[in-house]
Design a protein around this ligand. Structure first.
Ligand SMILES: NC(=O)c1ccc[n+]([C@@H]2O[C@H](COP(=O)([O-])OP(=O)(O)OC[C@H]3O[C@@H](n4cnc5c(N)ncnc54)[C@H](OP(=O)(O)O)[C@@H]3O)[C@@H](O)[C@H]2O)c1
Length: 185
């Protein structure tokens, strides 16, 4: 079996919403910086991380931030050939999570793999034998959403403490949130 560990990273509000109208329902600068740091940081400059996302999440990233910098961007779609012709060079287009893992296995320079959404990609990653941890920012407020984080099976995933992740409540404007980590047993 592949050694690739899939880490999920998401921000969800109280009703587990993650998106509305193709965008994020909130604007949290420090939360976004946390996402960037977590998905980018590597142990040595020769290494790089991979981010795996669904085609709609790819479409939702503003042009100026796309592809996500200093990370190998992997996009999942059922229309591989059509999307391949539209994405910039270096972006990997795959028809399944297993194909994404196969690609990552072929790249010894890839250190960590981050699954960055949306819903069905998170679901597939949580059900995958290579799933490791879920880094979930729990926003203490409800927003109107049309896209949701899938149910986390608490029999399988347990809350853990990670040294480098702040445990205390984070506050930005009138919104507070916690950085949580769930690990699959
Ligand atoms: N809060 C957060 O942390 C967070 C994170 C990510 C996204 N979001 C939000 O979530 C929304 C987008 O997420 P979404 O759930 O609607 O869409 P998504 O998961 O990003 O993309 C769905 C698309 O991915 C492809 N896909 C899905 N499962 C696949 C599979 N098993 N094999 C191959 N391709 C597959 C299909 O593309 P084709 O149709 O091309 O075949 C499908 O239409 C946006 O509002 C975004 O802002 C929020």
């Amino acid at each position: 079996m592949s050694k690739v560990k899939l880490n999920l990273i998401a921000a969800a509000c109280e009703n587990m919403g993650i998106g509305a109208n193709g965008t994020l329902p909130w604007r949290l600068k420090k939360e976004m910086a946390y996402f960037t740091t977590m998905t980018t940081k590597v142990s040595s400059p020769e290494r790089v991380n991979a981010v795996i996302m669904g085609r709609i999440t790819w479409d939702c990233i503003p042009d100026k931030y796309r592809p996500l910098s200093n990370r190998v961007n992997i996009v999942m779609t059922q229309q591989v050939e059509s999307l391949k012709s539209k994405v910039p060079e270096g972006v990997i287009v795959v028809p399944s999570l297993d194909e994404a893992i196969k690609y990552i296995d072929s790249r010894p320079d890839i250190e960590s793999t981050w699954v960055i959404g949306g819903s069905s990609i998170y679901q597939a990653a949580m059900e995958h034998p290579n799933c490791g941890k879920i880094y979930l920012t729990e926003i203490q407020k409800s927003f109107d959403c049309d896209t949701f984080f899938p149910n986390i099976d608490k029999q399988q995933f347990h809350l853990v403490n990670e040294e480098e992740i702040p445990e205390e409540r984070q506050v930005e404007g009138d919104i507070s949130y916690f950085f949580r980590v769930y690990k699959r047993l």
